[in-house]
Design a binder for this molecule. Structure first.
Ligand SMILES: *[C@@H]1O[C@H](CO)[C@@H](O)[C@H](O)[C@H]1NC(C)=O
Ligand SMILES: *[C@@H]1O[C@H](CO)[C@@H](O)[C@H](O)[C@H]1NC(C)=O
Ligand SMILES: *[C@@H]1O[C@H](CO)[C@@H](O)[C@H](O)[C@H]1NC(C)=O
Length: 217
């Protein structure tokens, strides 16, 4: 009985493989090498966005930025609310890989600080026209960057930007992705987004809770 079933399976299988092969053949040109790749998550460990805040961790406490604020201290799109907040831009990066002078900008009158970030400094902070601007210098031996922000009134921190060395806010808004990232994926014809989307251990089970491009990070 089992034997006859198997015999019947053979032609079906051959037909199936033939259909697959002709289908694939129709889509992929035979003269071009096809390479796919896994895109790592857009976290502080990877240089993906021109604005480093696009891949920062969720905002947290000013003294311990890796610890989240209470749920009622975030706007729906993720900006922190309060008189202080902090964030982890990157940790454990090979020294020198993210060094340079970053341009900072944020709404309101902010005081900027560094948390446990050796070889980094904050310079030329100016408050004018409802904005705070300045520079964060990441030294060639730096492997960690964690920042915090303080303001006099309990309100929402908004439009925090940290533009990577050599770029402007306009670049961050128009080009969005860092050219070094685009260079690494330029030959890939198929992108695997599993890590980028945080598929494993993702607590979100409803569509309405997904991340949006308007989210802060
Ligand atoms: C700031 O105001 C929010 C309400 O807008 C409140 O939930 C929060 O406790 C306040 N935080 C501080 C530090 O006062
Ligand atoms: C910071 O200010 C000093 C003194 O005005 C200036 O020489 C330097 O170029 C400024 N740095 C940046 C990154 O703009
Ligand atoms: C969806 O988001 C809401 C608001 O943040 C939260 O209360 C709820 O637990 C989330 N649900 C799931 C299934 O992630």
């Amino acid at each position: 009985m089992r034997y006859w079933n198997s015999l019947l399976l053979v032609p079906s299988l051959l037909w199936f493989l033939h259909m697959c092969a002709s289908h694939i053949h129709a889509q992929i040109p035979t003269n071009i090498a096809i390479v796919g790749g896994n895109i790592p998550s857009a976290s502080g460990y990877n240089l993906v966005f021109i604005d480093a805040f696009r891949s920062t961790r969720k905002y947290g406490l000013a003294k311990t930025p890796w610890v989240a604020l209470s749920d009622d201290q975030y706007t729906t799109d993720g900006w922190p609310i309060g008189t202080s907040a902090g964030t982890v831009l990157f940790t454990e990066n090979p020294s020198g890989s993210l060094s340079g002078t970053y341009y900072f900008q944020g709404d309101g009158e902010l005081t900027l600080g560094l948390i446990s970030s050796p070889y980094c400094s904050i310079i030329n902070v100016t408050q004018a026209f409802g904005k705070t601007t300045g520079y964060v210098v990441v030294g060639s031996s730096a492997t960690i960057l964690m920042l915090n922000f303080k303001q006099a009134t309990n309100s929402t921190f908004r439009n925090l930007r940290l533009i990577r060395p050599g770029f402007t806010i306009e670049d961050a808004d128009t080009q969005i992705f860092h050219p070094a990232f685009l260079e690494t994926i330029k030959d890939l014809k198929i992108l695997r987004m599993m890590d980028w989307l945080g598929t494993n251990a993702n607590p979100d089970t409803v569509w309405g809770n997904r991340s949006l491009v308007t989210d802060t990070t």
